[in-house]
Design a protein around this ligand. Structure first.
Ligand code: C2O
Ligand code: CU
Ligand code: CU
Length: 515
């Protein structure tokens, strides 16, 4: 394992915005290449071999404007050997090339052939392609609200390894409505991609090849049901610091970790998060948060006001709870040093009223689906997590009609949380209701142990990923539009998504049938 690393010795990398290759009347065109490269993650750790978009981790940032389509040709120039141990026993991977990639832009409304379907994978130079592969260039219409999206790998059965190797980047979609709010911008708007990793002493990435004490019949390598790294990276650096002025900053935060969720806090009495946005853009109103529950793939848009903290240092913490080991380094994320002179008077605003979000509860609901999150076992006795007891390859069971509104009642019968994500749409969280899991395990009956609870105040805007707590039914409501075809929904713990908590779903269009 790696040596102990001193915290807050590297400065936070600012993410560069990618220049388009060209602009035409049908939009902005980019070309992005997945490559292997080496980077220093910490001052005292030898360079790490990573995979990244354009040889960067995080990948280059794309800035898009509402209603201006973006086209990206995603090229794979990765080596033919994987950086990390690949379990070939799942999803028939032993019959497929090992290094396969496909890119999904998380949060985008786009057609299925640009959505990064897990079986639309391809190898280096498009030499081999998966059964659903159809195009080299993906189109993102951007006909949706301003928000922080992110792109990451989504290849069948190895998403956890491809993303862990570094295949993730941010995408900011801007709209005019947001501009008039006069939020902190330019140098004062900072994207933060928070991830966890582990490293070997030589600087290389560590990802376990299987359980520490494997049963003799177990495949090797063998997928694990969870992996938490012991090192927290922000924008690709371990525990960085950021020097700031005594003024307001806007932080666009993304949890791009495989399994880890965070309880974000600031270690200062007079500083809190003023949260203005979530996955699908601005909230209705600014909400003050002392602690932010941050699940994999969620985005939190917050303003921190450092104006009363001149001369101080603040730490962005991850509250591990009262029983945590005090030596657990993952209790720290990064540091803000309020040591810069104020360049200009802070004229940015922190409006209390932010945006209009019509409630979907007023829509006519066509279907209510009861969908179970289930723990079972595979033939080797390994944990196997399923949605509605179905495997990825089972026929489609969720098939909303284009333009209709549905309620999905996500029923978690396991004893841990799952961040559930649905492609194509943004949903609204209706409520969370606890039930008796022992009773359910005994006779399969759902007996509620309390009333439905409203979602947390920062989860009352548009969401595409939501924590479904253990022994709980979380109801989400969504309108399935504007595109028909095959998409996916899944748990965003990548170890679960790969095995086997992901399902295809089809948005059906009656007009298609008549053709
Ligand atoms: Cu961010 Cu289907 O995932
Ligand atoms: Cu997605
Ligand atoms: Cu899960």
């Amino acid at each position: 394992m790696r040596p102990k690393l001193e915290k807050f010795v590297d400065s936070l990398p600012r993410l560069s915005v990618l220049e388009p290759k060209r602009k035409t009347k049908d939009g902005v065109h980019y070309e992005i290449t997945m490559e292997q490269f080496r980077a220093k993650v910490h001052r005292d750790l030898p360079a790490t071999t990573l995979w990244g978009y354009n040889g960067q981790f995080p990948g280059p940032m794309i800035e898009a404007n509402r209603d201006e389509p973006v086209h990206v040709t995603w090229l794979n120039h990765l080596p033919s050997q994987h950086l990390l141990p690949v379990d070939l026993s799942i999803h028939g991977l032993n019959r497929l090339p090992i290094v396969r990639t496909v890119v999904h832009l998380h949060g985008i409304e786009t057609k299925p052939d640009s959505d990064g379907h897990p079986e639309a994978w391809y190898t280096s130079g498009f030499q081999e392609t998966g059964p659903v592969f159809s195009r080299k260039t993906f189109t993102y219409p951007n006909h949706q609200r301003g928000s922080l999206l992110w792109y990451h790998d989504h290849a069948m059965g190895i998403t956890r390894l491809n993303v862990y190797a570094g295949l993730a980047g941010m995408y900011i979609l801007r709209d005019k409505q947001e501009k008039v709010l006069n939020l902190p911008a330019g140098d004062y708007e900072i994207p933060l991609m928070i991830t966890d990793r582990s490293f070997n002493a030589d600087g290389s990435l560590f990802y376990p090849a299987g359980p520490e004490d494997p049963a003799p019949n177990l495949p090797h390598p063998s997928i694990l049901p969870a992996f938490n790294g012991d090192t927290i990276l922000v924008n690709g650096k371990a525990w960085p610091y950021l020097e700031v002025e005594p003024r307001k900053y806007r932080f666009r935060m993304l949890n791009a970790s495989n399994t880890r969720s965070y309880q974000l806090q600031l270690d200062s009495d007079d500083s809190t998060f003023q949260q203005i946005g979530s996955d699908g853009g601005l909230l209705r109103k600014t909400v003050e948060m002392n602690t932010i529950n941050f699940q994999p793939a969620e985005r939190m848009d917050v303003i921190i006001d450092f104006s009363k903290a001149a001369g101080k240092s603040l730490t962005l913490k991850n509250n591990l709870g009262p029983d945590a080991d005090p030596n657990d380094d993952t209790a720290n994320i990064m540091q803000f040093r309020v040591n810069q002179p104020l360049k200009n008077k802070d004229k940015s605003k922190l409006p209390s009223s932010l945006s209009v979000i019509p409630s979907l509860k007023n829509n006519k609901v066509s279907v209510v689906r009861y969908l179970k999150l289930i723990g079972s076992e595979d033939e080797f006795g390994r944990p196997l997590l399923l949605l509605n007891n179905k495997h990825w390859h089972d026929p489609v069971t969720e098939n909303p009609q284009l333009g209709t509104t549905e309620i999905w009642a996500l029923t978690n019968t396991t004893n841990f949380s799952h961040p559930i994500h649905i492609h194509l749409i943004q949903f609204q969280v209706m409520d969370h209701q606890p039930f008796d899991l022992d009773q359910y395990n005994a006779d399969g009956k759902i007996i509620f142990t309390g009333p439905p609870e409203a979602p947390a105040v920062n989860n009352r805007g548009w969401k595409d990923t939501i924590e479904v707590p253990a022994a709980n039914i979380t109801r989400v409501i969504a309108k399935f539009a504007p595109y028909s075809g095959e998409f996916v929904w899944h748990c965003h713990i990548l170890e679960h998504e790969d095995y086997d908590m992901m399902r295809p779903y089809i948005v059906e269009d009656n007009a298609d049938d008549k053709k």
